[in-house]
Design a protein around this ligand. Structure first.
Ligand code: TLP
Length: 343
């Protein structure tokens, strides 16, 4: 039975082209800055995001953490969404390792933070208060149904940040999905940001790795923080080789995943037992209707028995994420299984 794994796009495996490139990659010691393949990936990432420089990091979580630790001092405050990935899913790294206080604001259903909320959260200069140092956005927004933030909205947040002397970081784990959905370039979407991370190992299929991008000076400092976090890798060109294909090739095909997510969502929405959020990108979230007769665990188990895995959690409801390894037949099979289980 071929497994249909919709739990996340992190489950994607490297493509055959990636495996070949990995085997053939030219490598060196990246802690010395001498891995030519890592250097090439970093140059390409800087170019794609329109930033001066980039740093290859082992994970999205380390990219966000290195950015926050570079931008903020201990006791500073970072303004971010109450559904944001660094706040919910990164084991409080910013507080535990950076002494950074998260100031959370309600994420709107479309992933935005309200400008008025941000304005009110920025601390005045007062000896009692922490220093508001940074605003963090997430694009696409994982918990907000993969919603994409527009360039216009991000520009408004950037302007607000600059007016008050704050920095702007974007967790762009899936920024290429946002660019695809909005018909915009990644550089446009992150232009107002001082730093951005994006992941090679999610929808883009690389086995490992994310990239942190920003000014040359910021990246020089972040490189030191990466080392402090134990993220200085040696012959990492083996991984970066897959990352280059992720960036150049796989980033071009994400529209297919979005179309399949839309078809999956439309099919699920026909089932009276489910309440489905129409997806903008590759993340389909849904809940059980109040009068549904089956518990969620039984649905997950019923799907698993047919070789289909989806995400489910007490607070998040169901999540199904489309990606390179989910084809049209997988969508059809998943819909058929749901119809059978919920009949
Ligand atoms: N998200 C994972 C889980 O951690 C929830 C997933 O399956 O979606 N930013 C965003 C917006 C993310 O969605 C993720 C991963 C990360 C950062 C962290 O990336 P990694 O897993 O590489 O540390």
């Amino acid at each position: 039975m071929t497994l249909i794994d919709l739990r996340s796009d992190t489950v994607t495996q490297p493509t055959p082209e990636m495996r070949q490139a990995m085997a053939a990659a030219e490598v060196g010691d990246d802690v010395y800055g001498e891995d030519p393949t890592v250097n090439r990936l970093q140059d390409l990432a800087a170019e794609a995001t329109g930033k001066q420089a980039a740093l290859f990091v082992p994970s999205g979580a380390m990219g966000n953490l290195a950015a926050l630790l570079t931008h903020c001092q201990r006791g500073d405050e970072a303004i971010l969404g109450d559904l944001s990935h660094p706040y919910i899913y990164e084991t409080a790294g910013l507080a535990a390792l950076g002494g950074i206080q998260p100031r959370t604001l309600p994420n709107q259903a479309d992933g935005r933070l309200r400008l008025d909320d941000i304005r009110q959260a920025i601390r005045p200069d007062d000896v009692h208060f922490p220093i508001s140092r940074l605003i963090a956005l997430e694009n696409t927004h994982n918990r907000c149904n993969g919603a994409a933030l527009s360039a216009a909205y991000t520009a408004e947040v950037g302007q607000l940040a600059r007016q008050h002397g704050l920095l702007l970081h974007i967790d762009g784990a899936r920024i290429f999905n946002a660019a695809t959905a909005l018909g915009a370039s990644v550089a446009e979407l992150v232009a107002p940001a001082d730093s951005v991370t994006f992941c090679l190992s999610k929808a883009l299929c690389a086995p490992v790795g994310s990239v942190l991008c920003g000014s040359a000076d910021f990246i020089r400092q972040a490189r030191r923080i990466r080392k402090q976090l134990g993220g200085g890798m040696r012959q990492a060109g083996i991984l970066a080789a897959a990352g280059i294909i992720a960036l150049q090739v796989m980033s071009q095909r994400l529209g297919e995943d979005h179309a399949r997510a839309a078809r999956l969502a439309a099919g699920l929405a026909e089932l009276p037992a489910l309440r489905v959020h129409p997806p903008q990108t590759n993340i389909v979230r849904f809940q059980l209707a109040e009068d549904a007769h089956l518990p969620a665990e039984q649905i997950v188990a019923g799907l698993a028995a047919e070789g289909i895995r989806i995400g489910h959690g007490a607070y998040m409801g169901f999540r199904a994420v489309t990606h390179y390894w989910i084809d049209d037949a997988a969508v059809d099979k998943t819909l058929a299984a749901f119809r059978r289980i919920l009949a």
